[in-house]
Write a protein that binds this ligand. Structure first.
Ligand SMILES: [Zn+2]
Ligand SMILES: [Zn+2]
Length: 315
């Protein structure tokens, strides 16, 4: 039987009472199971941390000694048990090392998606589908009006002119995917990356996912009149270069609202859009859906009378 409060949201995050652990806690806890290394899922300072090796490597890169006291590293598909709850990491296709977290207890399977996508991405492990009784899904873009365009068509927009481009992208995950897409689909372009992105690229390379061709840039290289450069920078740097001259400003994101002030849109997202959430639900075949991160009301209306859907709220 499905335990209705198997996972609840409290002030520290998503809590599994049966197993006495948190999933992607938002503040440090005694036992954390972490889906991936983005800062809104992986905070520093947890005591026991269960995650994949790549997630651990990125957390240690970013948080150094504060990454966590004791890491328990598990490969995808390798079962382990925390207080009677059996846990398995399943690839989520979001960034390097990202996992869905499958929880099995008393014969019932609960699948927490973390962030996930179905689109191709050569820089991380592709998503795998498993069936579960309860699907706990993120709903970042769970809106019928959000349908992500084809990322290859999007990146090829960079071939439409020869201006230098200042390209803003999150340094973990998005940057590596962008480098890969440009290497493959914009052969005349040369990618120069901000120094903060390089160590993350190195972790990707260590785990067998070489992003593609890139070089480190320095401020001087921006002054050359040469064309066809793409300066790949993290969001903070992108914002601070708002006066940059002779460049086209582009920000890679699934959020349309982050694109409005720029010269060109680049709608590339590492989250599922509406149609891919529906595909996911079709593959997981859940008896119940619980939602978090974003707004689950469109999904609730869509599945009304078909699949019971609960919006997880803080209590
Ligand atoms: Zn993420
Ligand atoms: Zn997230």
């Amino acid at each position: 039987m499905i335990i209705t409060d198997f996972l609840i949201l409290n002030e520290s995050g998503l809590y599994c009472k049966t197993g006495n652990f948190y999933i992607d806690p938002i503040q440090p806890v005694a036992t954390a199971v972490i889906s991936h290394a983005h800062g809104d899922h992986a905070v520093r300072g947890n005591y026991h941390v269960y995650c994949t090796a790549a997630t651990c490597a990125i957390m240690e890169l970013r948080y150094k000694k504060n990454a966590g006291n004791e890491f328990h590293i598990y490969a995808y598909h390798q079962n382990f048990i925390v207080n009677h709850v059996e846990i398995t990491f399943i690839p989520a296709g979001h960034i390097l090392g990202s996992s869905q977290i499958l929880l099995a207890y008393n014969g019932v399977k609960y699948l927490y998606t973390g962030d996930y996508k179905l689109q191709d991405d050569a820089t991380c492990e592709p998503i795998e589908f498993v069936e579960a009784d309860v699907l706990i899904t993120e709903t970042t873009f769970a809106d019928p009006e959000v349908l992500h365009p084809d990322p290859i068509n999007e990146i090829q927009k960079l071939n439409q002119n020869r201006h230098n481009v200042l390209l803003g992208a999150y340094s973990l995950g998005k940057s590596q995917r962008i480098i890969n897409l440009i290497t493959k689909h914009c052969p005349d372009r040369k990618v120069l990356v901000h120094h903060s992105i390089v160590p993350i690229n190195k972790v990707y390379e260590t785990y067998g996912f070489k992003p593609g061709n890139y070089e480190l840039y320095n401020r001087n290289s921006m002054k050359f009149p040469e064309q066809n450069f793409i300066y790949l920078v993290p969001p903070m740097t992108f914002d601070s270069y708002f006066r940059a001259k002779n460049v086209i400003r582009v920000f890679a994101s699934g959020w349309k609202r982050l694109q409005v002030q720029n010269d060109m849109t680049l709608l590339i997202s590492d989250h599922v859009d509406w149609s891919d959430i529906l595909k996911m639900i079709d593959r997981v075949k859940p008896k119940e859906i619980w939602t978090l991160h974003g707004d689950g009301t469109h999904l609730k209306a869509f599945f009304s009378g078909k699949i019971p859907l609960k919006l997880l709220n803080r209590c």
